[in-house]
Design a binder for this molecule. Structure first.
Ligand code: PEP
Length: 254
């Protein structure tokens, strides 16, 4: 059975002082089968590690540079993230693809670098509004996943997470329909199955992201191929994230 993952992506929010306030206001009763993850800004990593160590809650990063070290001003290496205790690293969030023009190939190299360094990459994929309207969702997902397949000579034996995040649904309050998200998650699983085999495809967790809140999480998490959610705005609100996690737990107990 695939474990559910509830991942909060803080993006460029929360200073260290604000991180202390957030965790001071955040309570959760952890469920063994549901992972909770905070992907925080680099500057918050060590404070988050200090606060969360021994709690069972995971922390991770939002980006990485795919090289071990060297002359890459302003970048951060997988090893540095590993040392900061990151379990997961988000790769290819649409904001980085769109604003910072990260290519599919560059994102794929990040996924491989995170994987090779013993952390779990969360690969973000998804179509723009224009691509959706032009009926090109599947084509776009195929391009994004194909770039990853090219980086691996063998099917991965360790974990990789894929987050389906339709770009038009991020931060807009307009989530995909759960049925459509399930259809796309199944399609992604089929792409993986074709390339890496059925067994691997059944192990890879696929998340949905885009305007998730406590009032819609249940309808996504109950879909067969959706194994959790990547959460932006709602992950900055302690009470709302608490409610989201609680609702995800109720699904597991059903
Ligand atoms: C995100 O940025 O990954 C995201 C899903 O944001 P939001 O939940 O705010 O739509």
């Amino acid at each position: 059975m695939r474990r559910t993952l509830i991942a909060a992506n803080w993006k460029m929010n929360h200073t260290v002082a604000e991180t202390n306030v957030f965790f001071g206001n955040f309570t959760v009763s952890l469920h063994t089968d549901i992972e909770l993850l905070f992907c925080v800004p680099f500057t918050d990593l060590y404070q988050t590690k200090h606060i969360l160590k021994d709690t069972g809650i995971k922390w991770g990063a939002q980006n990485v540079f795919p090289a071990p070290k060297g002359a890459y001003t302003g970048e951060i290496s997988p090893y540095m993230l590993k040392e900061a205790g990151c379990t997961y690293v988000i790769c290819g969030h649409s904001e980085r693809r769109q604003i910072l023009k990260e290519s599919d190939e560059f994102v794929a190299k990040k996924v491989k670098a995170v994987y090779d360094n013993g952390m779990i990459p969360i690969l973000c994929v998804g179509e723009t509004e224009a691509e959706r309207k032009a009926g090109k969702t599947k084509e776009r997902l195929q391009e994004e996943t194909q770039a990853i397949f090219l980086q691996f000579e063998e099917p991965p034996t360790k974990e990789i997470v894929i987050a389906y995040e339709p770009i038009w649904a991020i931060g807009t309050g307009e989530a995909s329909s759960p049925e459509k998200a399930e259809e796309v998650a199944l399609y992604i699983r089929e792409l993986i199955s074709t390339e890496w085999g059925k067994e691997t495809s059944q192990k890879i967790r696929i998340l949905y992201g885009g305007s998730i809140q406590s009032n819609n999480i249940s309808s996504f998490i109950t879909q067969k191929n959706i194994d959790g959610c990547l959460i932006g705005g709602a992950g900055l609100k302690p009470n709302e994230l608490h409610k989201i996690y609680q609702k995800a737990s109720i699904k597991e107990e059903e």
